[in-house]
Design a protein around this ligand. Structure first.
Ligand code: CMC
Length: 463
């Protein structure tokens, strides 16, 4: 497959003949156009092809009409069969399966298989998959040395992002992305090694020795072992924590075309190796408006400090002078995020076991007040997945700046499925948006600087 950047100017679509269509009249020229409604998803999404608008021109030598859509508010960048979200109804499904059912009954590695392959694994497929992922958990010793180069107070997301990018240099064959066997081993390696690196980041910041993977443990318990094991000969995770983290990993495994997944797809579309593309996703996830929000929720709750301070805090949010209510709002969900509902229930289970988190009371009151306030109601702002996850993570003794790393470990499954879907989609090319240029027209260069020579109209003459 050779996919290079296309010259869209030569790719103007032909005028349609039949089928559902938009009738558009250009008031500048009086010309009418028929733009076919070509794209229809299984759940009723419809779209026109943006390039079909290129026929709409005022003058023949013009580029043609574009759509202007900052932040991709209404642009489908791909067709995808992986994850479906209905933001108004609060529905999330992976490959058709409701998130509630998967969270209740599946394992994370089963979900990772499902996301990539489209179907639930048979027992033999699952056993082989678990075996492969388990036996690729070790990382090259130089990765350890690499991580030890970070300062004691490095943010673990910076470390994770850099180390995953660095993995690319250990597996040069991973750049053969058109080879399904290379894709397979890269996907296995990433799913297997990201938890190991994440745990090593934790241990480095804590000044603790790195714990090697224990291949007798399951995916989640092994991760907890690498994070928490001390001198005990055999690590045994708290079953409530193991179950909670498994569910949280499933909830975070994919979320269709969010910021980090779009980053993975865009960077991957340059045909770079998957380690580099996933590192781009980790960088995007780090931001406080995306995966970094779970960390911000805890900072916010700490800042509020007491239930009595909530009304003043909410007033600050509403006035726009204070910060946003972190863990609230979503680009797609305009009703309760279904993941938040599951996380809230999970928090109840965890706190029933280990005692109530003191800040849960603040969080519950914050949610109660926000959900009854006109500002939040009219904007359809509901708690998102990040609102309660931080409280659970903290109760498991994860430090605040590690929360987004946990998100990244889980989302690696979705990023990889989306990356491979993009690569094998014959319609995809290198991602390359257009722009509406608003700068100067052509003008002549006349430097304001003294480089030690004069710039004459035609030649530069040394003084
Ligand atoms: N607190 C207060 N006001 C908000 C919030 C919030 N959390 N979120 C949105 N608004 C307001 C916003 O100011 C705007 O008001 P107005 O119409 O008066 O200008 C209106 O609601 C629409 O918001 P928007 O910014 O246009 O919405 P968006 O789709 O661009 O942003 C968001 C989505 C998630 C970035 C935003 O809701 C936000 O910043 N939330 C807080 C951060 C957060 O919790 N992020 C995690 C998202 S879920 C996990 C993930 O996907 O990573």
């Amino acid at each position: 497959m050779s996919k290079t950047e296309s010259n869209v100017a030569t790719a103007t679509a032909p005028a349609p003949t039949a089928g559902p269509a938009l009738e558009i009249k250009d008031s500048r020229t009086g010309t009418g156009y028929t733009v076919p409604i070509l794209e229809k998803g299984t759940e009723g999404d419809t779209a026109i092809r943006a390039s079909d608008l290129r026929r709409i021109k005022e003058r023949p030598d013009e580029f043609g009409l574009m759509t202007y859509d900052p932040a991709f508010m209404n642009t489908a960048s791909c067709k995808s069969a992986i994850t479906f979200i209905d933001g108004d109804k609060g529905i999330l499904r992976y490959r058709g399966y409701p998130i509630e059912q998967l969270a209740e009954s599946a394992s994370f590695l089963e979900v990772a298989w499902l996301l990539r392959n489209g179907e639930l694994p048979l027992q033999s497929e699952y056993d082989d998959w678990v075996h492969q992922v388990t036996y690729h958990t070790y990382v090259h010793e130089n990765i350890k040395t690499f991580l030890q180069g970070f300062r004691y107070d490095a943010h673990p997301m910076s470390m994770l992002c850099s180390a995953v990018a660095a993995l690319s240099s250990f597996y040069p064959a991973a750049k053969n992305i058109q080879d399904p066997a290379e894709r397979q081993i890269s996907i296995v390696r990433l799913l297997a090694k990201v938890p190991t690196i994440a745990a090593f980041c934790f241990r480095h910041v804590k000044g603790l020795p790195f714990i090697y993977p224990d291949n007798e443990l399951g995916y989640v318990e092994n991760f907890l072992s690498m994070v928490a094991r001390m001198s005990e000969p055999k690590y045994e995770g708290n079953p409530v924590f193991v179950k909670a983290l498994e569910v949280l990993f499933i909830l975070h495994a994919d979320h269709e075309q969010n910021c980090s997944t779009s980053a993975v797809r865009a960077v991957g579309s340059s045909q770079v190796d998957p380690f580099s593309a996933i590192a781009a996703g980790i960088a995007a996830l780090y931001g406080p408006l995306h995966g970094g929000a779970n960390e911000q929720v805890l900072h916010m709750i700490t800042q509020i400090g007491h239930k009595k301070n909530i009304p003043a805090f909410i007033e600050g949010v509403k006035s726009g002078k204070g910060q946003k209510l972190m863990g609230f709002g979503h680009r797609v969900y305009k009703s309760y995020d279904p993941r938040a509902r599951i996380v809230k229930k999970l928090a109840d289970d965890v706190f029933a076991q280990i005692g109530m988190d003191k800040d849960l009371e603040i969080a519950l009151e914050l949610e109660r007040i926000a959900l009854s306030d006109e500002y939040f109601i009219s904007r359809k702002l509901y708690p998102n997945v990040d609102f309660y996850t931080g409280l659970i993570y903290r109760s498991m003794a994860f430090p605040t700046d590690f929360f987004t790393v946990l998100f990244a470990v889980a989302r690696t499954a979705g990023w990889l499925a989306q990356w491979e879907e993009m690569l094998t989609d014959p319609e995809q090319k290198i991602a390359r948006p257009r722009q509406i240029y608003t700068g100067y027209g052509e003008r002549s260069y006349e430097s304001q600087l003294d480089y030690g020579y004069k710039v004459a109209k035609k030649d530069a003459v040394r003084r």
